[in-house]
Structure formats: structure tokens, C-alpha cells
Ligand binder design. Sequence first.
Ligand code: ATP
Ligand code: MG
Length: 391
Amino acid sequence: MEKAFLVKYGEIGLKGKNRYFFEETLVKRIEEALRKIDGEFTVTRPQGRIFVEGSGFDDDEVIDALSKVFGIIWICPCIMTDDNGFDDLSAQIIEYLKEELGDEPFTFKVEARRARKDYPMNSMEINVELGSRILDAFPNAKVDVHHPKYLVEVEIRERINFHFLKHKGAGGMPVGTSGKAMLLLSGGIDSPVAGYMISRRGVTIDATYFHAPPYTSERAKQKVIDLARILTKYTGPIKLHIVNFTDIQMAIYEKCPHDELTIIMRRYMMTIAEHFADLDKDQALITGESLGQVASQTMQSLYVTDHAATLPVFRPLIGFDKQDIIDISEKIGTFDTSILPYEDCCTIFVAKHPVTKPRLSAIEKSETKLKDVIDGLLKTAYDTTETILVK
Ligand code: ATP
Ligand code: MG
């Protein structure tokens, strides 16, 4: 028996050329994910299905790798076999069920599909005959056509494949099918989750991180690189721009009202992130903001922040409670890194009582106090930015 994997993906809304592009991209993403684990693999795409075949692999490793590829709905370990007649096929299926289930009582239903019409039995006949052979072989098994615990799917093509186990995939769309966007990535809990969610919709991610040496440490920066690296398991390689934000923060601190520090700082973050977004040909910015979470995330603050950007700002966590965000960060593996207690550039210069209802005109007026220095400071920030490719 030859172990392989059948990959099921969402097809809703995919037609013609789009569908071809979706499938081709998904195959590429699967091949990249498999390159990171042991084994030789071939990925094929016969009509509306993707198969992963190979040798020298560990099943669990393959399932784990595939479970991080966006666009996959189900990962089904399956058996590939040549057509040596129906007796041989049923014997193999029974052997495989025994191997996986032992004496476990179970309900099942057989669903056969014939892609090759010269097979001597039609699908209905296969369902009935195979069902009765399984019942004979497993005294604890019962047929349940409505809610079977296991759906035993058999597909007759040039070769035959069958499966009954399945693991949930990550869903979404393959990365590379929905354009590119720039993630403002901090060391917190929220922004890695925001990046994950947008990437899950098929978007390629670049990232910008603002640090403030010597007020923020090398370890704080390393933490963000580590978070980016965890994200790459899902997103693929991330180009990360590390911006030295110290002088801009100092200038804001010296010249602007202290209750407006955070909002002004956030507007310059947008400006700088957008500069790199333009260079990287990104079509949107992404932040981890959630409505009302802190003073800089009130309706009014988000309005004022948005005016510093011309690109659309995606905030996938806008309606999430903190606990919802934590749940996702635990699931995707960023939580433990996010909670490491290193200082963040935003927390160093924060005011005790930041404005919660800033007015755009007032903020713009305060920013004119920076007019003599800001162009030079921005230029220096761009010129001294360190860009690394995180893989
Ligand atoms: P997070 O947990 O993602 O740090 P937060 O709740 O701490 O978010 P803020 O500090 O207000 O919220 O930041 C809001 C968003 O602004 C972040 O989700 C992130 O997208 C961006 N951001 C904040 N600080 C930085 C930074 N130092 N570098 C890059 N982006 C940042
Ligand atoms: Mg933060």
C-alpha cells in the first residue's frame, strides 16, 4: 500500500482562469512547505484535486506542514493503489481500516466515484458491495448514511485512491493570489495575528518594525524578528524593514503637546510604513488595532491615524476582544514570544493622559511644530533602515 495525501480546497467562486491560477499557486505553496521537511515529494493536480505522493516522509510531519498552507480545507491521508480487481481493492481497504482503527466501534458510509467508466462496477454497486464487506470484517461497525463517523471515499482513476481520515486545513486562500500588503509589526500580541489573518486571505506580507535604540534593546528587536519568523511558516518569506524611530520620537516629545504624543507618533509610523509599502509595491497597510482597546484606537484616533496614510489600512482585528486575539495567537504559535517582557518604542514616551478624542485639525496644527526638522528626520530614518529577509 502506498501512502499519499489528498488535498481538498475550497472551490466556491473559482471559475475559469481564476481557478487555474488559484490551483497553480496552491501547488507552489504546498511544494515550498514540503521542502522544509524530510522526504521526496511530487505534487500533482488531476481535475479538481491535488495529490501529494512521495517517499521517506513521516505522516505527521506532512500533515503539520500542510496544515499551515492557506487555501487547504482538508488534508486526507490516503492510499494509492493499482487496479488489481475489486477483491484486491476491498481487501486493501479493510486492511487499512484495521490498521488505523483496530477494534474501535464506528459508523461509516462508502462513497465511490468513478472517473474511469471502463471499471466493471458502477459507483452504486461499489458502495453496496464494499459496505457489506466492511460490515463482515468489522462486527462493531454500522452503516450510517446521514452522519457517519467515517466517510470511506474511493476514487477510481487510472490508479485508485481511497481514504477515510481527514485533518482540518488552515482554510483561506493560497498566499500570492491576493496581492501584497505592509504589516506594521510590533512585538505585541495583536499585530502578528493581524498579519496572519490578512495573509490567510491570500496576501503576500512585507513588514515594518519601529524601534528606538538605545531606549529599546537588541532583544526587543530580536523578538520581532522571531515573531516574523513564526509568521513565515504560514506566509512564506517576509521582507522586514527595521526603522530607527528614536530621533523622530524625541522630536515629537520635545516639540508637541504630551497628550498628543502617541497619536502623532502613530501618524508618522503610517507615513514611514507607506514609504516602504510604495517601494515594495504593497497595496495596503495592516495593523493590529482593535476598536477601543487603548486611547490610540478609539474611533476618533483611528480617523486621525488614517489621514496620515493614502493606502487603505486593513485592521482585521477591529471587532475582536483581546481574548479572541489571544486565542488565535496561541493557535498560530506567536503568543509565547509576544508575551516576552521587552520594552516597546511606543511605551517609552507615552503620556499619562493621552487624548482619546483627537481632532484632525488640532493634531495637524501640532505637527507644524516639527516642520523644520521632520523632512530631514524622515530621510535619515529611511536611509538608516535595516532591511532583512526573514525565512
Ligand atoms: P500589538 O499587540 O500588536 O503591539 P497594541 O495593542 O500594543 O498592539 P498599539 O501599541 O497601539 O497596540 O499599536 C497598534 C498597532 O500599531 C499594532 O498592532 C501594530 O500594527 C502597530 N505598531 C505599534 N507599535 C509598533 C512598532 N513598534 N513597530 C511597528 N508597528 C507598530
Ligand atoms: Mg504594541
